[in-house]
Design a protein around this ligand. Structure first.
Ligand SMILES: [Zn+2]
Length: 576
């Protein structure tokens, strides 16, 4: 273990209370939960100071939750800024999920011609008419950890009413900057991986606030985990000389643990050895499993399916287990858990495999947990806040995406990728059904430009999404496959309604779609020669953070996708 950095921080709210002078009127924007801000206002009131402390994170949504009275309001028009250093729809995205919070009221968004950091909110009533409310959205333009120019929310303080006020460097921002500087200033040498686990333990007195819309939640701790994880990956990416977005980097396992405190704010950064083993939960009846399966159960379910076992070993020494069921059908590769915080794919793959194995002539491989090192980390992190998306568990203990490994870029670290290579060699499959998921609620990076860089497409949920990637010459089969699978999925009770609700809210806040809809399902179909199997069907279920009936609905949709893709593939291959 090596300690890299340790520091405590004065709470911004405490400083405001300590420094304000009796008789002052102050308005502040900080990164704090609602209750903490109300408590600080009360303390300031006791000192004879009139104070309003607002959220610097998602200020428009919080203004509607905390301040704007919608009594009698029938329609809402929101005019948002467009900044040259941010995506055009950045401030419209940040208003998510307002359209669902305001109920049946008509809501329209309009881009303004300027980049000033505020929203103009027009509230229209039958009588007495209209009210115009200006909602400040304090932001700053800065160079972030990846060396990119970002427009990010920031603390703000107005001590004289009528004046513009000034930036208030907040505890949340200062902690992040100091911690990033400590990691980027450390001597990591030149050989990847640089560490086993790089642990960033933060204590932060911020409670999550559930929103009355789907799985949505206001969570400063979750957002900080996401920004730490991706900012540090981007730093190591830049250090390696690889371009942003290149997936060959292998720094080691980066683990931000953002823990709720009673009031103190601190960070401790250290390197640790990798963990081994799992922190399994209970055994469940798989068809109605309400949470991610225990690793031990995944192994037992695989045993029950039978076939020829094959394996690979991860960096930490955990085993990736798979099976080959040899038969007369056109072979199909089935996999789940490549990204270990996407939780419905593994259960869906196993449920489908058990049904396929009972068919005469069945021919497939099944590898339900491709990234056990990520899965073990996800189990560990979920014990703290089960509803956080934890992208630190997306990749392997090498900090990379196993799918992108090749003999050339990975050599001795091919590890988990060997399970794919064996599956293809054993079966000769020409279709790979690769089960994935994505966040079931908004995913943000508040301190690095807000919209997750390189993942803007997945920042908001937008239904059960299917992607076909195929070699040139396979476009017809790809279209046939998407048509057959989406027709089958459309018969699942409630799934089309679920898609329609999410897609409508997504369109209102993104201002565009950028995908096709096939039989009610958002889809993409593209030529891609990166995979060696000619046809890959990728599922994307909004499953990061769901449990209970929502989790069952998720792995059922995954299972039905595998079953229908398998049946469709037999027809497609027989007729071509
Ligand atoms: Zn994924």
């Amino acid at each position: 273990m090596t300690l890299i950095f340790e520091k405590s921080f004065e709470r911004t709210l405490s400083r405001l209370v300590g420094q304000a002078k009796p008789g002052q009127d102050i308005e502040a924007w900080t990164f704090d939960d609602r209750q903490s801000r109300r408590e600080a206002e009360l303390k300031l009131g006791e000192k004879g100071i009139r104070a309003r402390i607002r959220s610097a994170y998602k200020p428009l949504v919080n203004a509607f939750l905390e301040e704007i009275d919608l009594e009698g309001v029938e329609a809402i028009e929101i005019r948002y800024p467009v900044h040259p250093n941010a995506p055009d729809n950045r401030f419209r995205l940040e208003a998510y999920p307002l359209a669902a919070i305001v109920g049946d009221r008509k809501i329209d968004f309009f881009a303004r011609g300027d980049s000033e950091f505020h929203y103009d909110v027009l509230l229209k009533s039958a009588a007495p008419g209209e009210r115009l409310v200006k909602v400040l959205a304090p932001n700053r333009v800065h160079i972030d950890a990846a060396g990119e120019t970002s427009v990010s929310p920031t603390g703000w303080l107005v001590t004289e009413s009528g004046t513009a006020g000034a930036r208030l460097p907040s505890d949340y921002e200062t902690l992040f900057e100091d911690a990033i500087a400590a990691v980027t200033g450390h001597d990591w040498g030149t050989t990847e991986p640089y560490f086993g686990e790089l642990n960033i333990r933060v204590t932060l007195p911020a409670a999550d606030e559930a929103l009355p819309v789907g799985d949505e939640v206001m969570s400063l701790r979750e957002a900080l985990h996401e920004d730490f994880y991706f900012s540090l990956l981007e730093f190591f990416q830049k250090k390696s000389g690889r371009p942003l977005g290149d997936r060959g980097l292998k720094p080691g396992q980066i683990v931000p643990e953002i823990v709720q405190s009673e009031g103190d704010i601190s960070v401790r950064i250290e390197t640790k050895p990798l963990s081994t083993g799992f922190s399994d939960g209970p055994q469940q009846q798989i068809d109605v499993a309400e949470e991610p399966l225990a690793a031990e159960q995944i192994e037992a379910e695989l045993d029950a399916i039978g076939g020829v076992p094959f394996e690979a070993t991860t960096r930490s020494g955990r085993t990736v287990r798979a099976r080959y069921i040899k038969g007369r059908d056109a072979a199909v590769m089935i996999s789940g858990g490549q990204h270990a915080n996407e939780t419905t794919g593994g259960a869906g793959a196993l449920r489908a495999a058990r049904r396929l194995a009972a068919l005469d002539g069945a021919h497939f491989t099944i590898s339900p947990l491709e990234n056990p090192d990520g899965y073990a980390l996800h189990q560990r992190l979920r014990k703290g806040s089960p509803r956080h998306m934890y992208h630190a568990a997306r990749y392997t203990a090498l900090g990379d995406d196993l799918e992108y490994r090749t003999e050339e870029n990975s050599g001795a670290y091919l590890c988990e990728k060997k399970i794919r290579i064996q599956a293809e060699t054993l079966s000769g499959a020409q279709l790979h059904v690769n089960l994935h998921g994505y966040p079931a609620h908004e995913w943000t990076r508040p301190l690095s430009g807000y919209v997750p860089r390189n993942f803007a497409m997945w920042t908001l949920p937008k239904g059960f999404f299917l992607i076909a990637r195929y070699h040139s010459g396979w476009a017809t089969q790809a279209e046939q496959l998407l048509d057959k699978v989406t027709r089958h999925l459309g018969a699942i009770p409630g799934l089309l309604d679920y898609n329609n609700r999410q897609i409508a809210l997504y369109e209102t806040h993104a201002g565009e779609t950028g995908f096709r809809i096939i039989n009610g399902f958002p889809c993409l179909a593209d030529i891609d020669d990166r995979h060696s199997v000619p046809m890959t069907l990728i599922t994307e279920y909004p499953d990061e953070t769901i449990y209970g009936p929502e989790f069952i609905a998720g792995h059922t949709a995954q299972m039905e996708t595998v079953l229908s893709a398998y049946a469709a593939w037999q027809q497609i291959m027989a007729s071509s």
